[in-house]
Design a protein around this ligand. Structure first.
Ligand code: TXA
Ligand code: MG
Length: 340
């Protein structure tokens, strides 16, 4: 545990931030908390350092990284031709859980952008993240700090579970507030397209843009976001998400538990507190929050998926959290965690 540095979220300690920035300067890796999930950061302008990120995560080289900035003017270091729509979105949602795809500048190596002509940029809303980027004085490239394919980390413990002591420094800022990765939007097309759903919901984007942005398809030939083709966020046991909602969903899951058990399987259920009593026959039930509070469910969902890894279950049945607001992002992650 020697690399886990505890730091109070409200007051990022200067000496620790400077220590972390010095590691980044030397081309090392630092894990830091953001409002969404923990990031595995390196100097975005140093190809050697960025390569280490891919190696550490076991990440395919065709999946580009998000570049994190701390000041509006710093976007110009990595991006050009920033559209009016992109500016409107930055003004409305930065700092915050929104990543914008922008035309890239040549200063960035192809390793960061996986050879694309665009770059993903975000300004996180977290004091430690912002203090670190400012102290480093470079944009910081950072994917979620998990092994490729694992659920994203929402606590320093999750990071430690995946990497042990292999990372130069892990800054522990407690549990992340949002719990799902940022919304990713492509701003290089006439109309903004959502590439990854997140806490900045379709409804919130619509209010600012004046139209409802389309969502890119999660599969198919013309993938807009390389990350979309990979299976993600997966617990060890196979996961099945219920297509139904409300009382029919609860009835279906109750029957499904019995059916699977008759076939000799140990069944886990991931659901909301209101329905727990209906799943008493399951071998293990993990509650991720109340169905009246999607923020809680988003915040807890990854640690719940990880928690199943230490439970003796052969299959996990997950409830459906609907399509409205944050439900869309939660369901997107659950669907990707399903084995095909
Ligand atoms: O909340 C977050 O976004 C977290 C924190 C650490 O900031 N980061 C994160 O990074 O989730 P990562 O690498 O796990 O996800 C980045 C996503 C991937 O799906 C990737 O394919 C997509 O953004 N992406 C990156 N650059 C892109 C580009 N130029 N065009 C399209 N998609 C891009
Ligand atoms: Mg990730």
């Amino acid at each position: 545990m020697k690399n886990i540095v505890r730091i109070k979220t409200r007051h990022p300690e200067k000496s620790l931030i400077n220590r972390a920035a010095a590691i980044i300067h030397k081309g090392g890796l630092v894990v830091f908390p953001t409002e969404t999930v923990y990031g595995l950061g390196a100097n975005a302008l140093c190809p050697g350092a960025v390569k280490k990120i891919f190696k550490m995560k076991g990440r395919p080289s065709d999946n580009p990284l998000i570049v994190h900035v701390a000041r509006m003017e710093d976007i110009k270091i990595v991006a050009r031709n920033i559209s009016r729509q992109a500016r409107v979105l930055m003004k409305a949602f930065w700092p915050g859980p929104l990543t914008l795809i922008l035309p890239r500048k040549k200063i960035l190596s192809d390793i960061v952008t996986a050879g694309l002509k665009t770059v993903a940029v975000r300004m996180p809303k977290h004091k430690i993240a912002l203090a670190l980027i400012k102290a480093a004085n470079f944009p910081i490239a950072a994917p979620s700090a998990n092994l490729s394919g694992k659920p994203s980390p929402t606590s320093a413990r999750h990071v430690f579970d995946d990497f042990g002591e292999k990372i130069d420094m892990i800054i522990d800022g407690g549990n992340t507030v949002i719990g799902l990765e940022s919304t990713v939007v492509d701003t290089t097309t006439a109309n903004v397209v959502v590439l990854r759903a997140g806490a900045i919901t379709t409804e919130m984007l619509q209010k600012v843009l004046g139209y409802k942005p389309k969502h890119a398809r999660a599969s198919g030939k013309k993938l807009k976001s390389p990350g979309m083709k990979y299976r993600h966020y997966a617990p060890k046991a196979p996961l099945k998400v219920c297509d139904l909602e409300g009382p029919p969903m609860v009835r279906f899951l109750r029957n499904e538990i019995l059916k699977l058990q008759k076939n000799g399987l140990r069944v886990g259920v991931l659901g909301c507190s209101e329905h727990k009593k209906n799943y008493q026959r399951a071998d293990y039930v993990i509650v991720c929050g109340s169905h009246n509070n999607l923020h809680d469910i988003a915040r807890n969902i990854y640690s719940c998926l990880r928690a199943f890894d230490c439970k003796d279950v052969d299959i996990i049945l997950a409830e459906n959290f609907g399509k409205k607001g944050l439900g869309q992002a939660i369901m997107d992650r659950l669907r990707r965690a399903e084995k095909s």
